[in-house]
Design a protein around this ligand. Structure first.
Ligand SMILES: Nc1ncnc2c1ncn2[C@@H]1O[C@H](COP(=O)(O)OP(=O)(O)OP(=O)(O)O)[C@@H](O)[C@H]1O
Ligand SMILES: [Mg+2]
Length: 257
């Protein structure tokens, strides 16, 4: 465990007025880890993700990705470093097809795609074909290729969550952040999610950080887990250790009965 962590969070703090949503949180995530972030509603999990991905600035504290500071960067710069995410409240373009939703993300990766986007020029035909071929492959991977032309607003929650994952993968990330990937999924979809997330990690050589309330999923899937409560890190470690931690049981697992 002496190698450089993929992600280092140092004393991350975010206030909203008088509320300290994330309070002095520090931890490291190692390459290839599937790292869980759990805690009660309002514990600061999404806010922590937002500070890592540049959506909101930390009040104090820092984040480092592969040793480079990212806490002073904008979201598109952080995406270019190789960090992609999905959202708790799904953010797809509802009027666009599944294929278009994924293809749009991919334009960020191709330099000409980005410049043409800024200058209002169309991409070259071969670039466009490559983008759509790759988007289609990703749709296939998440099991949606047969509905590539369907508008994303017509998909079930579970399908929308998988579509968001395909879109995140189109950015070719090294670190993938998933905010409640099982939310809105039916029991059979939830049952397949662990294997699916593991297969993504292996296939794309990813490190994965995920927020999830479904405790059996988190305990079975994650290599390590961080527990937040009222913005503070109250436990950190392997699932079997965290599961038996008194503070965690009182703050969170007790709720599960
Ligand atoms: N933009 C904001 N402005 C003001 N308060 C905010 C903002 N975003 C989050 N908060 C507050 O910060 C606290 C942490 O919220 P956050 O969404 O990070 O929690 P969470 O752990 O993701 O909860 P959940 O499990 O319900 O998704 C909450 O009290 C929330 O109301
Ligand atoms: Mg949240």
């Amino acid at each position: 465990m002496t190698s450089q962590p993929v992600l280092e969070i140092q004393q991350m703090t975010r206030r909203f007025g008088g509320l300290v949503a994330v309070n002095g949180v520090s931890f490291d995530v190692q390459k290839h880890e599937i790292f869980g972030v759990i805690g009660p509603n309002g514990a600061g999990k999404t806010t922590l993700f937002n500070t890592i991905t540049g959506l909101i600035a930390p009040t104090s504290g820092k984040a480092f990705f592969e040793g480079k500071e990212i806490s002073d960067r904008r979201p598109h710069q952080i995406a270019k470093f190789g960090i992609a995410r999905t959202f708790q409240n799904i953010r797809l373009f509802g009027e666009l097809s599944a294929l278009e939703n994924v293809a749009i993300a991919r334009h960020l990766r191709t330099t000409t795609g980005l410049w043409n986007g800024i200058l209002g020029l169309p991409p070259t035909a071969s670039e466009e074909k490559q983008t759509y071929d790759r988007a289609m492959e990703l749709l296939e991977l998440v099991g949606l290729s047969d509905r590539a032309e369907v508008k994303s607003k017509n998909f079930s929650y579970g399908d929308q969550r998988r579509l968001e994952i395909a879109r995140a993968l189109a950015l070719q990330p090294k670190l993938l952040l998933l905010d409640e990937p099982a939310a809105g999924m039916n029991p059979s979809e939830k049952g397949q999610l662990s294997d699916f997330i593991r297969s993504l990690r292996d296939r794309f050589d990813l490190t994965i950080l995920l927020i999830e309330h479904h405790v059996p999923l988190v305990m079975g899937l994650c290599d390590r887990i961080a527990v937040l409560d009222f913005g503070q890190l109250i436990a950190l470690g392997k699932p079997e250790i965290v599961k038996g931690d008194r503070a965690v049981i009182e703050a969170y697992l007790g709720d599960e009965g």
